[in-house]
Design a protein around this ligand. Structure first.
Ligand SMILES: Cc1cc2nc3c(=O)[nH]c(=O)nc-3n(C[C@H](O)[C@H](O)[C@H](O)COP(=O)(O)OP(=O)(O)OC[C@H]3O[C@@H](n4cnc5c(N)ncnc54)[C@H](O)[C@@H]3O)c2cc1C
Length: 448
């Protein structure tokens, strides 16, 4: 019986295993060093914040794996010998495969800062990181201050976690406005305000220089390029992630920043595939980046590779870009592409609306010449994925989007209706005379 071996029990590896089992009788083994069972990485923060126990982050019961004949090996793969189709594990164990799926995820970036490996300095990625944070920062008496380095989505999660225990947080962000490599200026400015209002000491345009140790060798302070010395007992390194592929350096598998794959998620070595955060497309799909460290793309790649391995070779097609996240209590969604000023093209134009009282805003991107709708960012108001996905596929123009914006409100009962205000501003900026309305049922069905 063909033996499929998967390295990594994150969402990508586990989805591949589940789908291979649905489609076939093949022998399946998942090897992972981090945890015995699959858990939801995106829920780690809620364990620290006391909203759930770690066990609750495990989407499947412990009996699921045996029942579905998915063998779990708790171990770390040190080398891949593709000529012999053999893996070596730390401790000497060997595993032979017929087909190999590498789904080893990411690791937090470290940029060679002096003191980056001191006790008290940590990332936020793994189960072990969560345990370490619990030990390093159990309460505000033990952790007098934490400094977080790197202003992305994981950094803000870490800040929220620490603030939930009233631990003072200083947040060092290299950019001069939060996440402004991704978000347009108006949104980024709103997030700056939101962070400060949550009593987080946000320091923009500030770089970490060094982490200083106390007499016991533990982190006791950081210095910045602004000349500040900030005393702290915990330093969180959240300056992005990169593919976890160091163990493959001598393997002969083609590597770039990640493991190079084609549209079928095949590497340069026959019978070796890569999926999830660690996979790098030779060229990005559409405007997508070659590496996408997000949950749903890992799941999609897992489903796709399972089909291919089970004889139905299909291309990985992730569709229109979308994503969602939270900035403290502020929900963010994005559908299609809305580029920041740093990455915006000549043709892309933005319409931005922000509520005068609440932290709610919307940015719509469209083509200056053709008026074609390119994407939308929303903060503090939830919109419906399937509607924007359809409008992007149908290549609707921005006027159409404005006209039927009500249609996209996720839950008009719960999310107050700002559409009239949004459209009024659009009309005054672009000289249009659009009144927003809901489609009749007849018209909705005609699009089905
Ligand atoms: C704190 C946090 C919050 C996040 N929140 C969101 C969010 O809200 N939305 C979103 O879309 N994405 C979010 N992400 C990103 C998302 O979690 C990842 O994109 C996703 O988990 C990647 O899945 P994966 O299966 O590719 O890899 P991983 O989940 O990283 O799994 C890979 C596994 O392989 C193991 N492994 C690695 N090398 C070896 C080896 N040599 N031998 C054995 N095992 C090995 C690792 O230990 C790990 O267990 C978040 C990430 C973090 C860290």
């Amino acid at each position: 019986m063909e033996h499929i071996v998967i390295i990594g029990n994150g969402v990508a590896g586990v989805t591949a295993a589940r789908h291979i089992r649905k489609l076939s009788d093949k022998k399946i083994t998942i090897i992972s060093a981090e945890s015995e069972y699959f858990f939801s990485r995106t829920a780690l923060m809620y364990v620290y914040m006391g909203h759930m126990k770690f066990e609750h982050t495990q989407p499947y019961e412990n009996w699921f794996w045996k029942k579905n004949r998915i063998d779990l090996v708790n171990g770390y793969v040190t080398t891949v010998n593709h000529a012999a189709k053999k893996l070596n594990l730390k401790g000497g164990q060997e595993v032979i495969y017929d087909k190999l799926i590498i789904a080893t995820g990411s690791k937090p970036n470290k940029f060679g800062w002096p003191g980056q490996d001191l006790p008290g300095v940590q990332g936020l990625y793994s189960k072990q990181d969560l345990e370490q944070l619990e030990a390093n920062a159990p309460d505000k008496e033990t952790c007098k201050r934490a400094v977080i380095v790197g202003g992305g989505l994981i950094g803000i999660e870490m800040a929220e976690m620490l603030r939930s225990r009233k631990i003072p947080v200083t947040f060092l962000v290299r950019e001069n406005s939060f996440w402004n490599g991704v978000l347009p200026a108006g949104e980024s400015a709103m997030i700056n305000e939101h962070i400060l209002e949550h009593h987080i000491d946000l320091r923009l345009a500030t770089n970490l220089e060094e982490i200083i140790a106390d007499e016991n060798g533990r982190a006791k302070a950081v210095t910045t390029d602004k000349g500040d010395i900030i005393e702290c007992t915990v330093v969180g390194l959240t300056a992005g992630v990169s593919p976890n592929i160091d163990f493959l350096k001598e393997s002969g598998i083609q590597l770039g920043r990640g493991i190079k794959v084609n549209r079928y998620l095949e590497t340069n070595i026959p019978d070796v595939y890569a999926i999830g955060d660690c996979a790098e497309q030779h060229e990005g799909i559409g405007q997508r980046r070659p590496i996408e460290a997000v949950w749903y793309t890992g799941r999609m790649m897992g489903e796709t590779v399972a089909q291919t391995i089970c004889g139905n070779k299909i291309e990985y097609k992730p569709g229109h870009w979308f994503n969602s996240a939270k900035f403290l209590d502020l929900e963010y969604q994005t559908y299609g592409w809305v580029f920041s000023e740093r990455n915006i093209s000549e043709e892309e134009q933005h319409f931005h609306w922000r509520d005068t009282k609440e932290k709610i805003c919307v940015t719509v991107a469209f083509d200056k010449n053709t008026k074609r709708f390119l994407g939308i960012n929303t903060f503090g108001i939830r919109m419906r994925h399937e509607i924007f996905d359809r409008w992007l596929t149908e290549k609707r123009d921005v006027n159409y989007v404005m006209e039927f914006l009500k249609e996209a409100n996720f839950d008009p009962e719960f999310y107050a209706q700002y559409e009239n205000k949004i459209v009024a501003k659009f009309n005054s900026e672009f000289g249009t005379n659009i009144s927003t309305k809901k489609k009749s049922w007849k018209r909705i069905f005609s699009y089905a």
